[in-house]
Design a protein around this ligand. Sequence first.
Ligand SMILES: C[S@@+](CC[C@H](N)C(=O)[O-])C[C@H]1O[C@@H](n2cnc3c(N)ncnc32)[C@H](O)[C@@H]1O
Length: 483
Amino acid sequence: MASRRIRPIKGFVPTPDRLVDHMVSLLFEGREVDPEERLLDPGCGDGAFVKGLLRWSKAARSRLPAITGIELNGQLALHATSDLQGNPRVNVISGDFLRTKPPRKFHYIIGNPPYVSILLLDEHEKAEYRALYRTATGRFDLYMLFFERALEVLEPGGRLVFVTPEKFTYVNSAAALRALLSTYHVRKLEFLPDDTFGELVTYPFVTVVEKVRSGQATRIVTREGTERTVQLPRGGASWAPLLNGSRHELNYVRTGHTLSTICDRVSCGIATGADGVYVFERDALPTNFHPYARPTVAGRDLDASRPSVQTHSVMLVPYEADGRLMPLEDLGPFGEYLTKPHIQARLLRRTCVSRKPWYAFHETPFMSRIIRPKILCKDIARRPSFWLDRSGMTLPRHSTYYIVPWDESIVEPLCEYLNGKQAQEWLAENCQRAANGFVRTQSNSLKCLPIPSEFVTRARSPLISMANVRSQDLGPPVLEMVA
Ligand SMILES: C[S@@+](CC[C@H](N)C(=O)[O-])C[C@H]1O[C@@H](n2cnc3c(N)ncnc32)[C@H](O)[C@@H]1O
């Protein structure tokens, strides 16, 4: 069948045939298919799974359950219908799966639900979903709600196979979804190769759930293709330690202290949304911009083969110490630069301007809590490495995580501990894996890192006043990898 071009549609990410075929085989694995049963493909797009089901039926010489596809986008629903040329076993409905519950339940559900972050929803949609779905908590994503609705309309004993980003296995905002899934038998969790969808989906992941009581083991297939069996926790706890094969969980429970207990900040660096506008090479910065500039570092500057790093970039910051955005007229030459038509046009293209002043950063930086003695590490690395920013003057960019202990006197030994064997082993097992065995050092994992009790002090160091951050602080501070 010739494939047609479909113009870009929000949340539409077509599933490659190879993955469709694999998921269909997981759907029917070990089951006798009964043509009296019903199968649902919610968010069916132009029918990738329906076509895959028909391929499977032909190859396996097996009849299929009656298939229903539901698709929000009328154009895609039309494509699916015309491609299937009136097959009497298939019914594609143009409708909204999240707002209208199908009248009957299904024995099988398969699909690739939409990945639409809460950030792309308007206030009315957010409120509506929050009222309808218990999984609509924190920074939820529509695919989480698809899971909830699908489990609701799955017949007892029925099976569901979804491909989604793996993120729901560990983010806080998916705790309610994990709690819900853990009441059923999660049969299999499969990490897919990163390039499965080209660049469209990061860290794709297949979940197979059976609507029977939980208690049975879950099979994990890693990105490297190895398999093992685990018992998922009940409730909303992160699955990351189990999926990554932690042996150090008990240590964590025993010490009771984690990085988050002793730190004011364990966070991702500053997201301006337009580093091209706000970040300069220090030597290229006109001197009249110096009062607004601070040294800055990106993840790529933190090279593990160099134990000491000098930053050569600076960030222009239109914020007060307490995170208040300065009025444009108080920004002098920096304000004039921002209002140049091509710079302003570039800033206006950022998604954040719908909820913020046009020259605000993508996320508000609380400067007085960042300009402090701290520890920095890059977001993705072969092995997590930590650098000490002794003076506290460096601003971490978005590809960098920063750790600010409440008590600055422990910052150096803490950095040493993080680069040491015990912490490294824990991180290797508890952080998410990226492609090629790289490790993603996200704040969620970092915050849970067990900490020896010697780092637990009651001291609170004073904040550095912005008044003390003078223009000579622009000189390249040195970051050290204390080990
Ligand atoms: C990731 S795409 C997958 C498309 C297709 N199933 C495939 O695998 O190629 C998700 C689909 O869900 C559709 N969709 C988004 N929100 C929906 C909703 N509330 N109800 C039904 N379909 C929806 C989108 O239009 C899109 O076609």
